[in-house]
Design a protein. Structure first.
Length: 263
């Protein structure tokens, strides 16, 4: 039995339907070319694998990304380098989430360590970490982290998977791709923070300078601020003779120290 469909010849024999062929049917007993068979098998294999990729749950993908992030940290020895490499491999992964994976933490674990870094003056939960990461993905949901939280979060992830390191992570690195969606105040705070981190130290903390004198480095003899001590002095009847005092550095040993004379 033969028929025509939109300019294609369609032939059916013994209940078996052949593929439509513009230039004619394959004919009984003929076989498709080898390259055609290869392409068909490849397409079927891809179609079979595609639902498996799309069917991966967010929880399963999160576990896999966490495994990769922890392995990268072991290989590279740095949370920042591991997070950067993880984002290179997964372009849709926001940086704030990549840093958490590189630190080897779940959302609840990240929240617990956040509270620990904040000396338990906060009671952050895993849902807040999730809201920040959802916002960073840019899907119109979640909430942005404030600058103060980014400061604590950078210190949180800087401790690494073992919680014992002190890696220097910039708060701006956590929102690098979402910086422009932050509140203007938080953008300015991040900009100033980055400038202060990059600026060289302008003064040596060991150099002492008093008004009207030239800078002088403390001598090896111990000309530095000492600890508090108690000194007994004469006082009125029933008064407390003990006063608390401490030593001050003197840029001119042997002379009375008078850095701020009264006017």
């Amino acid at each position: 039995m033969a028929g025509s469909l939109c300019g294609f010849d369609l032939r059916v024999r013994d209940g078996l339907r052949c593929l439509p062929n513009r230039m004619g049917n394959l004919g009984r007993g003929s076989t498709p070319p080898a390259d055609s068979a290869t392409k068909t098998a490849s397409s079927e294999e891809g179609a079979m694998n595609l639902p498996a990729r799309r069917g991966m749950s967010p929880q399963a993908r999160g576990r896999e990304l966490a495994r990769q992030g922890k392995q990268l940290w072991k290989d590279l020895g740095s949370v920042k380098l591991a997070a950067t490499e993880l984002m290179n491999q997964h372009r849709d992964l926001p940086s704030i989430q990549a840093y958490r994976y590189a630190a080897g933490l779940s959302q609840d674990q990240a929240a617990a360590r956040y509270n620990e870094v904040a000396e338990h003056q906060t009671s952050l939960g895993g849902t807040t970490i999730n809201a920040w990461e959802t916002w960073a993905r840019g899907r119109g949901a979640g909430s942005p982290p404030p600058f103060s939280s980014l400061l604590i979060l950078a210190a949180t992830y800087g401790r690494g998977p073992l919680g014992v390191t002190d890696e220097d992570i910039s708060p701006g690195d956590l929102v690098s791709e979402a910086y422009e969606r932050l509140a203007p105040e938080d953008q300015l705070s991040l900009k100033w923070s980055a400038a202060n981190r990059q600026a060289p130290r302008r003064a040596d903390p060991m150099i002492v300078q008093f008004p009207g004198t030239s800078p002088s480095r403390p001598t090896a003899g111990g000309n530095i601020v000492g600890r508090d001590f108690t000194l007994s002095v004469p006082t009125v009847d029933n008064g407390n003779p003990a006063i608390h005092a401490f030593s001050l550095p003197n840029p001119h040993p042997g002379q009375l120290l008078d850095p701020m004379p009264l006017r």
